[in-house]
Design a protein around this ligand. Structure first.
Ligand code: CTP
Ligand code: CA
Length: 222
């Protein structure tokens, strides 16, 4: 029977995972966000916990129950997400699965904006959000040993993934093709890019993809 139990080979290791979308308020009833369901990040958290790891799951708003045993930190905006990640350090691994909004409204109104009629078309001024993955990758003292980013691409996956690996300073980029129904969907197929090469998974449900990723994380850290 013990052969059926997952190995607890990641016990004593701490991982910080971001998951889901960020939500950037325009006013009390409107926001900028995206279609991320949080499923892939939650599945990775679950797979790590089943191998004995401690997991801090920093999550944007999603409609999923938190994985049993995860330390869940719920956030809304990218700025809050960065703060929560920094707060959860130190860690052995950081896995940046969240679909962080690249921009936020420069200011958000306390009252509902009236943007029709004379004020149309509405102009919303945007400010760039902090890049959480890049910030954590470049920490000097508390950089986790393994820093992993995700890349959601609709085209030229290899070029974009290699570009992000270089630009962000992370150790791996896990790329998925989101031209189909991956974002918000149940299945995924990923490619793991590192400075030493690339490896492709098969199409599978997000739990199997999580296990495929965590097998490689465990190989690297144990
Ligand atoms: N990411 C982040 N903080 C941001 C933007 C992205 O931590 N402000 C992380 C994501 O969690 C992901 C990786 O960076 O792990 C790549 O995100 P992606 O949106 O694919 O890349 P960008 O650099 O934002 O480029 P673009 O959206 O233009 O493709
Ligand atoms: Ca982006």
């Amino acid at each position: 029977l013990s052969a059926l139990q997952p190995k607890r080979d990641l016990s004593g290791k701490h991982f910080i995972i971001t998951a889901g979308p960020t939500v950037e308020p325009i006013d009390p009833v409107r926001f900028l966000s995206n279609h991320s369901s949080g499923r892939q990040g939650y599945a990775i958290a679950e797979a790590l916990i089943s191998r004995g790891a401690k997991v801090t799951l920093v999550s944007g708003p999603v409609a999923l129950p938190p994985p049993a045993g995860a330390d869940l930190v719920s956030v809304k905006t990218a700025v809050e997400m960065l703060g929560a990640v920094q707060n959860a350090l130190p860690a052995d691994g950081f896995i940046s699965v969240a679909a962080v909004a690249d921009w936020r409204p420069s200011s958000s109104s306390d009252t509902k904006l009236k943007l029709k009629g004379e004020n149309a078309p509405a102009m919303i001024e945007l400010t760039e959000n902090p890049d959480i993955l890049k910030t954590i990758s470049h920490l000097s003292d508390e950089r986790p040993e393994l820093v992993i980013g995700f890349a959601a691409e609709t085209n030229d996956m290899e070029t974009h993934a290699q570009g992000k690996l270089a630009r962000k300073g992370c150790d791996w980029i896990i790329a998925n093709d989101v031209s189909g129904d991956v974002m918000g969907g149940l299945n995924n197929k990923v490619s793991l890019y590192s400075t030493t090469g690339v490896e492709h998974s098969d199409w599978a449900d997000k739990a199997s993809i999580a296990k495929w990723i965590v097998d490689r994380v465990a190989d690297k850290l144990t």
